[in-house]
Design a protein around this ligand. Structure first.
Ligand SMILES: C[S@@+](CC[C@H](N)C(=O)[O-])C[C@H]1O[C@@H](n2cnc3c(N)ncnc32)[C@H](O)[C@@H]1O
Length: 339
């Protein structure tokens, strides 16, 4: 009689997979951000009861949320029922220089799209469109609350990108810069505030640029910046020294990306520069945040992050050429000229 041996199970990998597949921590981080808990720890450790009172929450439940995050290094329980910030929790404060508090909006329409993400993998189409019966930007135009939260999340990303891309590039040399799809002007405002010789134009859909005047005034740059509403598939303000596409191109399939690049090319002078700032996907198995953004885009808008070769192919079709790639601590800046 032969004795069957059971195959050896790598139980550590099973545990590791459980941890990786968990959505509890991401949702808990988001809830804690919404409640503003980290702000109340800015002055030092506090008891759960104090935090619950300050945030209008149920103390035992808040305790459960914080102890779960503490086991991931986000917050620390310094003694029973007393919590403090850790380096991972610091950016959850609203007043942190690169605050991520608003970076994780719990947008119900996004969550519904993620719940149907298998549709995207099956079809290559945005599951958002399938679930909501229309595209992401159309949906946002009709939902001002979601749109405002989305814009705030973009602003959080922008603060980080300002830090990493401002020192990496000679923005002053452009003299005039159009931020194409520039949202509410948070990035351009930040650049203009640091470079007094530069003038700019924020260009985005009319309902989005409506918020730009206030943002530019906050930066004190209103006199040096125009605000123009319109569609970048139609007409982009012409004749500037620089055109920026920051996290725009990857939101569109090749057909739309090409139409957009052609519209930018049409607006450019022969000596203008186009700067593309977004993740560029690398080959290989190493961690690459571009591969994560790629999925976000697939789920929400049906686009995706591209490799450098892919982008260069589109540029060539649009009458443009990659001049050089400028590395930053985050995404590279692709500097592009008319071919
Ligand atoms: C991913 S967001 C990036 C915003 C900004 N560039 C940034 O990096 O924070 C994409 C932007 O494209 C804008 N957009 C979408 N369709 C557009 C169109 N047809 N014309 C102009 N802007 C558009 C959206 O309103 C949104 O602000």
């Amino acid at each position: 009689m032969t004795v069957k041996t059971r195959p050896r199970i790598d139980i550590q990998s099973v545990f590791r997979l459980t941890e990786l597949a968990d959505y509890i921590i991401p949702f808990t981080i988001r809830a804690i951000c919404d409640l503003g808990v980290a702000d109340h720890l800015a002055e030092g450790p506090r008891t759960v009861e104090e935090l619950a009172e300050a945030t209008g929450t149920h103390a035992p439940s808040l305790h459960r949320a914080l102890r779960a995050l503490a086991c991931k290094g986000i917050f620390t329980e310094t003694e029973q029922g007393v919590f403090d910030l850790t380096p991972l929790a610091q950016p959850l404060r609203s007043d942190h220089p690169v605050s991520l508090r608003a970076a994780y909006p719990l947008l119900v329409p996004d969550i519904e799209a993620w719940a149907a993400f298998d549709h995207s993998i099956r079809t290559g189409q945005a599951s958002f469109d399938g679930v909501h019966g229309r595209g992401y930007w159309e949906y946002m135009a009709d939902h001002p609350d979601d749109s405002a939260r989305f814009d705030a999340s973009q602003q959080a990303a922008t603060r980080l990108e300002l830090r990493t891309s401002l020192p990496a590039y000679d923005w002053a040399a452009l003299r005039t810069l159009v931020d194409v799809g520039g949202g509410n002007g948070a990035f351009l405002g930040g650049i203009l505030a640091k470079i007094p010789s530069l003038r700019g134009t924020v260009f985005d859909l009319p309902h989005v640029v409506a918020g730009a005047h206030e943002r530019l005034a906050d930066y004190g740059v209103s006199e040096r910046c125009e605000v123009v509403g319109g569609s970048f598939f139609e007409e982009i303000p012409a004749g500037a020294g620089g055109y920026l596409l920051k996290r725009i191109l990857y939101g569109w399939d090749d057909e739309h990306a090409l139409a957009l690049l052609r519209a930018v090319r049409k607006a450019m002078r022969q000596d203008s520069r186009l700067l593309i700032l977004e993740p560029v996907v690398r080959t290989g198995n190493e961690f690459d945040v571009g591969k994560l953004y790629d999925l976000l885009l697939l789920c929400m808008v049906g686009g995706g992050a591209r490799s450098q070769e892919h982008i260069e192919g589109l540029l060539a079709e649009a009458g443009l050429r990659l001049e050089r790639t400028v590395p930053t601590l985050m995404f590279p800046i692709l500097e592009i000229v008319p071919s």
